[in-house]
Design a protein around this ligand. Structure first.
Ligand code: KIV
Ligand code: ZN
Length: 388
C-alpha cells in the first residue's frame, strides 16, 4: 500500500466556521501563502456558494498559490458546483469537494429526503462536477452515524461516477478510534471499486479524539488523506490539528511508516499567523505549538535537559519552527532585529514602507515598555492596542 499521506488543510473553510473566526480575503490569502510554504497538498479555500466574500477569497487564493491543489466545498447541487468551478477557474490545480448527508437523522430531519433521493443526488452531483475537473472529492456528511449498507451503495456509486477522493467525515465528533478505523477498513473491503479512490479522514474534536480518530482511520482504515486545520481551529471543539498529526508521523516514523510533504519548520509560523489573524489564542499547553510545549520548569527536568535534550523532549523545538529567541526586543533594538522577528512570527508585510511604519510604532511602544513580547508585535502589526 502506498505510504504517502496527503495533507488537506481546511483552516480557511472548516476552520473559519468556528464562531468568531471569520477572516477577510486578504487575511485568507496571507494564510494560504503560508500554507503553501508549509507544503500542504490541498488547501480547502472556502465554500464558494456560501457568500460573495467566500467566492472572491477562493478566487484570490486560486490566483495567489501555484503548488497546492486549491479546493472549494459545494453542496451536491448544480448551482453550488457551478459557483465552486467558477471560483476555482484561475487555479493551477483544482478540486471540487461535494457533500450530502447520509445519516438517517440528517436525511429525514434536515434534508427531508429519502435515501433513494440522496443516492440519486450524490450521483448527479459527481456527474455534473466532472464537467469542470477530474479531481472530485465526495463526503457523506455525518458519515460516522450513517448506516453501513447505505454508505456502501452511495460510495460505490459516486466512485463509479468519477469521484477520486472519498472522505469519511465524523461531522459531530462522535467516533472513537478503533471503531472509526474499522468502519473505514470494512467500507474499503466491501466496496468493489474502493481502490479507485483515495480514502480520507475528516474528524471533529467534540470528545477530544479528532487526532486519535484520524490516525486510526489511517492506520486501521487505510486512509491516505487527512483533513485538518492549523491549531485544530474549527466548528465547536475544532477539527483535527495539522501540527499534531504531522509531528506524530515524524516522531513515531518507525510505527507509522508514512511520509508527508510538510516542511515542519513552518508549523509555528503558521500557528502564530492563524492565531493572530483570527484572534484565537493558542492555549499554552497545546501540543507542538503551545508556548509551554518545549518549556521545562521542574529542577529535575531542567537538569536532564542540560545533560541530554532527549531526556525530556521527544521532538526538537527548532524542527517545528520555534526559534531560540535569544534577542530581547526593546528600545535599543534595531530595524534588522525587528524585521527578523517579523519573519519568525510568519508576519509578511507587503512593502518596505509598511515595515518602516510598523518599526516606528514598535519604537514608540518600546519607549513605554521595557520588553516587547511577540504578542505586542502581532498586536501592533494588526493595528490593535499592544498587550499591557
Ligand atoms: O464535518 C463535516 O462533515 C464537513 C463536511 C462538509 C466534510 O465539514
Ligand atoms: Zn467538518
Amino acid at each position: 500500500m502506498n505510504n504517502r499521506l496527503i495533507i488537506f488543510d481546511t483552516t480557511l473553510r472548516d476552520g473559519e466556521q468556528s464562531p468568531g473566526a471569520s477572516m477577510t480575503r486578504e487575511e485568507k490569502v496571507r494564510i494560504a501563502r503560508q500554507l503553501e510554504k508549509l507544503r500542504v497538498d490541498v488547501i480547502e479555500a472556502g465554500f464558494a456558494a456560501a457568500s460573495q466574500g467566500d467566492f472572491e477569497a477562493i478566487r484570490a487564493i486560486a490566483t495567489a498559490v501555484r503548488e497546492p491543489v486549491v479546493c472549494s466545498l459545494a453542496r451536491a447541487n448544480d448551482r453550488d458546483l457551478s459557483r465552486a468551478a467558477e471560483a476555482l477557474e484561475p487555479a493551477a490545480r483544482k478540486r471540487i469537494h461535494t457533500f450530502i448527508a447520509t445519516s438517517p437523522l440528517h436525511m429525514q430531519v434536515k434534508l427531508r429526503m429519502s435515501p433513494e433521493q440522496v443516492l440519486e443526488q450524490a450521483k448527479l452531483a459527481i456527474r455534473f462536477a466532472r464537467n469542470f475537473t477530474d479531481d472530485i472529492e465526495f463526503s457523506p456528511e455525518d458519515g460516522s452515524r450513517s448506516e453501513e449498507d447505505f454508505l456502501c451503495r452511495v460510495l460505490e456509486n459516486v466512485i463509479a461516477e468519477g469521484a477520486t477522493t472519498i472522505n469519511f467525515p465524523d461531522t459531530v465528533g462522535y467516533a472513537v478510534p478503533e471503531l472509526y478505523g474499522e468502519t473505514i477498513r470494512r467500507l474499503r473491503e466491501r466496496i468493489p471499486n474502493s481502490d479507485k479512490a483515495v480514502w480520507s479522514v475528516h474528524c471533529h474534536n467534540d470528545l477530544g479524539l479528532a487526532v486519535a480518530n484520524s490516525l486510526a482511520g489511517v492506520m486501521i482504515g487505510g486512509a491516505r488523506q487527512v483533513e485538518c486545520t492549523i491549531n485544530g481551529l474549527g466548528e465547536r471543539a475544532g477539527n483535527t490539528a495539522l501540527e499534531e498529526v504531522v509531528m506524530a508521523l515524524r516522531t513515531r516514523g518507525g510505527y507509522f511508516n508514512l511520509e508527508c510533504g510538510i516542511d515542519t519548520t513552518q508549523i509555528v509560523p503558521a500557528s502564530k499567523m492563524v492565531s493572530q489573524i483570527t484572534g484565537f489564542a493558542v492555549q499554552p499547553n497545546k501540543a507542538v505549538v503551545g508556548a509551554n510545549a518545549f518549556a521545562h520548569a521542574s529542577g529535575i527536568h531542567q537538569d536532564g535537559i542540560l545533560k541530554a535534550r532527549e531526556t525530556y523532549e521527544i521532538m526538537r523545538a527548532e524542527d517545528v519552527g520555534w526559534t531560540a529567541n535569544k534577542i530581547v526586543l526593546g528600545k535599543l533594538s534595531g530595524r534588522n532585529a525587528f524585521k527578523q522577528r517579523l519573519q519568525e512570527l510568519g508576519i509578511e508585510l507587503d512593502s518596505e514602507a509598511e515595515i518602516n511604519a510598523a518599526f516606528t510604532r514598535f519604537k514608540e511602544l518600546a519607549d513605554r515598555k521595557a520588553e516587547i513580547f511577540d504578542e505586542d508585535i502581532m498586536a501592533l502589526v494588526s493595528g490593535e492596542e499592544a498587550a499591557a
